[in-house]
Design a protein around this ligand. Sequence first.
Ligand code: IPE
Ligand code: IPE
Ligand code: MG
Length: 265
Amino acid sequence: MERPASPPSLTALERLVQERPLPRHVGIIMDGNGRWAEMRGLPRMEGHREGSTSVREVTRCARRVGLKALTLYAFSSQNWARPAEEVAALMDLLREYLESEREEILDNGIRLNAIGEVDKLPRFVKDPLDRLRAESANNTGMVLTLALSYGGREELLQAARRVAEAASRGELSPENLDGQTFESYLWTHDLPAVDLVVRTSGEQRMSNFLLWQMAYAELCFSEVLWPDFRTEAFLRCLAQYQQRERRFGLTSAQVKREDSQRAKA
Ligand code: IPE
Ligand code: IPE
Ligand code: MG
């Protein structure tokens, strides 16, 4: 009698993921740090701290499987309205992260990038961020983008403003504004298309993340709280993505025909 297949081991799962086409760019809404801590009777900050270990693990895994771009939503434009004490602690943690991960980022060919209103960050975060961005600028292994003081609406607004300015200077005529030109005004202008967005902690909303970019992204909602979201949980999201059929408005038959034509070419 046939036994049901046992779930693949972590290394087998990683190998499976590596064999199939990977998303070009994965965005993660790292949520659930506060609840992780509160469930343990700890201050919320402890959840954020434990969450930075998940950042390290997930980044390592992304690099290992060969992902080209990973964007982590670390602090939203709206998160500034949290209690001052939590905001201050998060800023301290960010600085610590930039210092402690510096070597690993440089040694592994990772380019550190940031999107958001980064000028709003305190100098003690902005300075090490700028330094590491400059030091890693020529790395080509993977681009790790931190969304810091980031909001999708804020990003779209600044783009619209700059497009209007260019038009009023006569550098751009409104009828020539297409999607590609508009994207060149977004903070993500030098990143590949977002194929997958993951949100942890069971919440199913976008919370102002990559609003334009996720138009056709696949979504993966995980129940796991971010501090518990490690290699296996991440690989499961990638594996889930690899089983989806992306249709971009076409019919399934059209997509299959295109795929087989591409395979023959
Ligand atoms: C995500 O965890 C981290 C940030 C938003 C900075 P939360 O702090 O939102 O955790 P919950 O959602 O309250 O559990
Ligand atoms: C989204 O999480 C922002 C980050 C993960 C940085 P939030 O916890 O701030 O989102 P809401 O408030 O639940 O929508
Ligand atoms: Mg939250």
